[in-house]
Write a protein that binds this ligand. Structure first.
Ligand code: NDP
Length: 283
């Protein structure tokens, strides 16, 4: 058996086209466009690449993006002042603060400065609480993208056993809540899980968000499982996931590749969240 490859790039392109058309429609109706502010502190090359990808994607769908690039040694109070200014700017509907922040900055305090109505990454306590209560306002982009992939591939979630490997605030925990709200039975694994393979072999849907190259092998999967590989790891100059694709593709029924699986969905959902923030501002 060889699994169906889930083409995240193609699905994300479809979502971007839907957004582009909606932005155009709203622009004709109101004369306004959605605006996203990206705050990139310091000169970390990986963060700069992510912000570049996001601002380019904004441009392609007609979202106005503005980049703010304060120096790496910016004081906490100055950064919070910048974010408060953006909270009050009527042309900015979404604010993203690219993580990780430099060590001298208090990440939680910075994130809490973002107005939850502009928190398109879904990282504020207010939006996390709403997600947990199943009354979401903005859901973090990667977890929301995973659910969208499953839906658009016609993969049933209800009643399935979903196993999430990883319990981070930005991927593992929120995707576990989303799967739970869609009536999956959810197991969350982490670095202290005693026997990872015996947990993953029970998964109808397996989400790997670990950051360990090729940790999940085909032998750790139930035959016919749906495998969502969130991992982005650089090995010998090549991007690989948290799943050993070669062995997993022979056991799974469907699998996302790395690159070209979850990654493009993350960006598409960021655009969609920004569009939603704009639409709410018009209401
Ligand atoms: P974190 O490092 O924040 O979390 C990793 C999680 O994996 C932790 O919960 C950790 O457990 C767990 N873990 C580590 N080692 C093991 C192990 N041997 N067995 C089981 N669990 C383990 O990572 P993120 O969630 O931020 O990211 C995960 C991966 O996804 C990374 O490769 C990242 O680059 C990628 N990523 C991809 C995105 C995309 O758009 N495609 C977006 C965001 C992330 P513990 O809590 O016990 O330490």
């Amino acid at each position: 058996m060889s699994a169906r490859i889930i083409d995240g790039k193609k699905i994300a392109a479809g979502i971007r086209e839907e957004i582009r058309q909606r932005v155009l429609q709203l622009q004709e109706a109101t004369g306004k466009v959605p605006g996203l502010a990206a705050v990139l502190i310091g000169d970390d090359p990986a963060s700069a690449t992510y912000v570049r990808t996001k601002t380019k994607a904004c441009h392609e769908v007609g979202i106005a993006s503005r980049q703010f690039t304060p120096p790496g040694d910016i004081e906490q109070a100055d950064l919070q002042r910048l974010i408060r200014d953006l909270n009050g700017d009527p042309e900015i509907h979404g604010i993203l603060v690219q993580l990780p922040l430099a060590k001298h900055l208090d990440e939680r305090a910075v994130l809490e400065t973002v107005d939850p109505r502009k928190d398109v990454d879904g990282f504020t306590f207010a939006n996390i609480g709403r997600l947990v209560e199943n009354q979401p306002q903005f859901v973090p982009c990667t977890p929301a993208g995973i659910i969208e992939l499953l839906d658009r591939e016609g993969i049933e979630i209800k009643g399935k056993h979903a196993v999430v490997v990883g319990r981070s605030e930005i991927v593992g925990k929120p995707v576990a809540f989303l799967l739970l709200h869609r009536h999956a039975t959810v197991t969350i694994c982490h670095s202290r899980t005693a026997d990872l393979g015996s947990e993953t072999r029970r998964a109808d849907i397996l989400v790997a968000a670990v950051g360990r190259p090729r940790l999940i092998t085909g032998a750790m999967l139930k035959p016919g499982a749906v495998v969502i590989d969130v991992g982005i790891n650089r090995v010998d100059g090549k991007l690989v996931g948290d799943v050993d694709f070669e062995s997993a593709v022979r056991v799974a029924s469907a699998i996302t590749p790395v690159p070209g699986g979850v990654g493009p969905m993350t960006v598409a959902i960021l655009l969609r969240n920004t569009l939603q923030a704009f639409e709410r501002s018009l209401a």
